[in-house]
Design a protein around this ligand. Structure first.
Ligand code: HEM
Length: 201
């Protein structure tokens, strides 16, 4: 059985799924984190756990977003119309992750936040990834796509260094890279290789 015959029914089923369903489904992990926090199931160090969970959810969405083009090219799976939703959800979770650090962890004490940035330099990598994603989030609307034309595509190449910085930030904060960390790195590297391998290959 070819990938085309497998992907065709999935693509036709997906055509009936509007984008708002993806936005709504994308909020389920947040609801889960809130539920765990309110019911005391988040763990002994809630601030750290909230921070970590939000970071991990953001990573899932970032990597999921990167998988969309290779999924179409190699599996015939067409998820392109959900790319904006997945990208914006990733950005939303990174913004929450950053807010959790600034508000819950640092208590909005900016001197302490600055000291934390110096103590944990991998935070700079995360912040840099987030900063690169800001113009992408701001121009993810139809008006910007129309107005910017080819420049929009050029600008959106920033997603690759942004995710790369996010992955490096994640690995570095581990100190000793776990199997899970190596797996994330392997998936990111594979997606990059698939994305940039020449068409004739
Ligand atoms: C592309 C953007 C980012 C991604 C993908 C990302 C992802 C992650 C992930 C996956 C973790 C570890 C979660 C776990 O071990 O379960 C983490 C930890 C963390 N991130 Fe981010 N992050 C990003 C940006 C940021 C930003 C902007 C900040 C704000 C300063 C930040 C602050 C932190 C902190 C404080 C930790 C915990 C580190 C520790 O416990 O030592 N991250 N991040």
């Amino acid at each position: 059985m070819s990938t085309a015959s497998l992907s065709a029914p999935i693509n036709s089923a997906l055509r009936r799924v509007p984008s708002w369903v993806i936005y709504l489904a994308g909020l389920i992990p947040l609801a889960w984190v809130i539920w765990l926090t309110l019911t005391g199931g988040i763990g002994v160090d809630p601030v750290k756990a909230i921070e970590h969970r939000l970071g991990k959810i953001a990573l899932w969405f970032l990597i999921g977003g990167l998988a969309i083009t290779p999924a179409r090219r190699f599996l015939g799976l067409n998820l392109i119309r959900y790319r904006r939703a997945i990208g914006l959800l990733a950005f939303f979770y990174i913004a929450l992750h950053l807010t959790a650090w600034a508000v819950l962890d640092m208590g909005m004490l900016w001197g302490q936040a600055a000291a934390d940035l110096i103590k944990r330099p991998y935070l700079f990598l995360g912040i840099s990834g987030f900063v690169l994603l800001i113009p992408l989030a701001l121009t993810s609307n139809n008006a910007s796509i129309r107005k910017m034309g080819r420049n929009w595509r050029r600008l959106h190449w920033l997603v690759y260094p942004a995710v790369g910085l996010g992955v490096m930030h994640y690995l570095w904060q581990m100190k000793v890279i776990s199997i899970e960390g190596w797996l994330w790195l392997a998936v990111f590297s594979l997606l990059m290789a698939l994305r940039f391998c020449p068409r004739s290959a």
